[in-house]
Design a protein around this ligand. Structure first.
Ligand code: AMP
Length: 195
């Protein structure tokens, strides 16, 4: 039974690492970004609301995001553990996640922090936007997402560090190298993968 968080700046490769890690541990990777994107695609009410924030690089309001996660974590597959990718991102979300876990007698095992230089990431994301013709990924939006990360999400590391839960991993390098680093660090903590 493993419960992990994956935190890192936009573009650091969280999504890719999340699915690889989730496979290794036999737990679901739960990405709030993916859930929002699926709702945008399906044109649900939640999707319409989320889109108005996502398009500007803003965070979706905490009340909406917290309810979504509360519901998702109550599903059967999350009772055997989970990896949360991209949540929590604000102090309020940390507190709500604490409540949700406390209410079901669960606790987190580790917080994986993927580090990468945000200026370097902006460069990479701009290149990607150009190559893939993603007109919605403007420089302004990309920079704003990095700014929000530094302003609102990076401070959360301190909260989890004070609980002695953070493992810091250099996010630069080949995908497989980064996965190795994470698996090695988790294994050292006695959190070995199941598969
Ligand atoms: P991501 O794919 O994780 O970068 O998320 C894409 C977008 O979804 C973000 O830029 C936010 O607009 C929104 N989003 C995802 N997760 C959260 C969260 N925990 N809190 C608020 N907004 C979020």
């Amino acid at each position: 039974m493993s419960r992990f968080l994956l935190i890192g700046p936009p573009g650091a490769g969280k999504g890719t690492q999340a699915s690889l890690l989730a496979d290794a541990y036999g737990i679901p990777a739960i990405s709030t970004g993916d859930i929002f994107r699926a709702n945008v695609k399906a044109e649900t009410e939640l999707g319409l609301l989320a889109k108005s924030f996502m398009d500007k690089g803003e965070y979706v309001p905490d009340s909406v995001t917290n309810d979504l996660v509360r519901d998702r974590l109550s599903h059967e597959d999350a009772q055997r553990g989970f990896l949360l990718d991209g949540y929590p991102r604000t102090r309020d979300q940390v507190l709500k996640l604490d409540d949700i876990l406390h209410a079901s007698n669960q606790k987190l095992d580790a917080v994986v922090l993927l580090t990468a230089d945000t200026d370097e990431l902006v460069k990479r994301l701009l290149n990607r936007a150009q190559e893939q013709n993603r007109a919605d990924d403007t420089e302004e939006v990309i920079r704003h997402r990095q700014h929000l990360y530094l302003e609102q999400t990076q401070p959360l590391i301190e909260i989890y560090s004070s609980r002695d839960m953070v493992i810091e991993i250099d996010g630069l390098g080949q995908v497989s190298e980064v996965t190795e680093r994470i698996l090695n660090a988790l294994t050292k903590l006695g959190l070995s993968p199941a598969n």
